[in-house]
Ligand binder design. Structure first.
Ligand code: AMP
Ligand code: MG
Length: 334
């Protein structure tokens, strides 16, 4: 059977008669992006695409730890005990990540970049390079202890962050979602209220298509595994999925995923195949989907209920997956 998820509120704003869809696409953050946006009849805006690209480039220039010149990379290299005033968007994303780190009991942790790097998922010492070796148990524990003992401090008044020394911030679990929101805000500011924006599989839809249908999106699941087909109407909603299948490698019959549990210092090993989160803001959908992937379906379900998050967990079960949904997800099922 096919299930559908529908938003709690419908916007009154209908597309103008004769509207058509404009499509743009490209690459950013090591992945692809795409935008479908409605244009009114005769509406020509030659700067729209460059405006979208400028928004995406700005997120990279501030938040990518892959780009040595980014504000984030400069913070990561900074001397121990130094304060750094951050650009407003970087501060906003970091503060949101820090809040979710706290509420998730450290399952989500933007300060765990050193662990991500050790396990081969950072910009250097990559798992797919010829001489890569995963860390010893002692090295992973030492990195974990260093991360939990030396926390970055944030000052919201001056929008500054304090580098305790050798702490590497990694915003990969939240920045794609934020980039989607940035493009969405730009399109809204350009008086384009009907669109579907996607960066690396994280999506946000507003308004509707020329035929007054919402932007229907199929929920993602692990490849080759049968799941109940489920479509969501992205009308004032975002959807993000984290999964153990997205980037991973095999080590002595162990499957090592790019999602790290900062509490153990190791890649997750909780049976979660994927977690999908639906939220009005893509930044939150992205961050929560990673947090819940680390927490697993038992602890994660309690957290999702506490935070009011609409989440679907797919957990490995034999050759297939078992589904667990939060009450807010259930509320969206039409
Ligand atoms: P996502 O695909 O949104 O779940 O993000 C995964 C990426 O976030 C990984 O490739 C790492 O760079 C980073 N990451 C891994 N584990 C965590 C974690 N526990 N908390 C925050 N970021 C993480
Ligand atoms: Mg994420």
């Amino acid at each position: 059977m096919r299930r559908i998820l529908v938003p709690p509120r419908l916007s009154e704003q209908l597309p103008a008669p004769g509207s058509h869809i404009e499509r743009f696409a490209g690459t950013t953050m090591g992945t692809s992006w795409s935008v479908q946006v409605l244009a009114r009849r005769g509406q020509i805006d030659p700067t729209l695409e460059t405006g979208i690209i400028a928004r995406l480039d700005k997120v990279v220039a501030e938040m990518s730890h892959w780009l040595p010149s980014s504000d984030l990379s400069r913070f990561n290299r900074a001397n121990a005990g130094s304060w750094h005033c951050l650009p407003p968007n970087l501060y906003k994303v970091l503060a949101c990540a820090a809040r979710i780190a706290k509420s998730s009991g450290g399952a989500f942790d933007p300060y765990a970049g050193a662990l991500v790097n050790l396990w081969g998922f950072g910009p250097v010492n990559r798992y797919d390079e010829p001489h890569f070796a995963p860390p010893t148990a002692a090295a992973a524990s030492a990195a974990r202890d260093n991360i939990s003992a030396n926390r970055v401090r944030l000052d919201s008044v001056t929008r500054s962050a304090w580098q305790p020394g050798d702490i590497h911030i990694d915003l990969s679990a939240i920045a794609k979602g934020f980039a989607v929101d940035q493009v969405a805000d730009y399109l809204l500011a350009c008086d384009r209220p009907h669109f579907l924006v996607e960066v690396g599989g994280e999506l946000r839809g507003e308004g509707m298509k020329p035929d007054h249908q919402p932007w229907w999106v199929e929920l993602e699941g692990p490849p080759g595994v049968a799941t109940e087909p489920t479509a969501v109407a992205l009308h004032g909603l975002s959807v993000a999925t984290s999964g153990d299948y997205r980037r991973s490698y095999q080590l002595e019959r162990m499957h090592l995923a790019h999602t790290i549990d900062p509490r153990s210092g190791r890649p997750i090993d909780n049976g979660v195949a994927s977690v999908t989160v639906i939220h009005p803001e893509c930044m939150y959908a992205d961050a929560y989907s990673t947090a819940l992937t680390v927490l697993g379906h038992v602890e994660g379900m309690a957290y999702a209920e506490l935070e009011g998050v609409a989440a679907r967990f797919l957990v490995h079960d034999g050759g297939g997956v078992r589904e667990y949904i939060s009450s807010h997800f259930e509320d969206l099922l039409g």
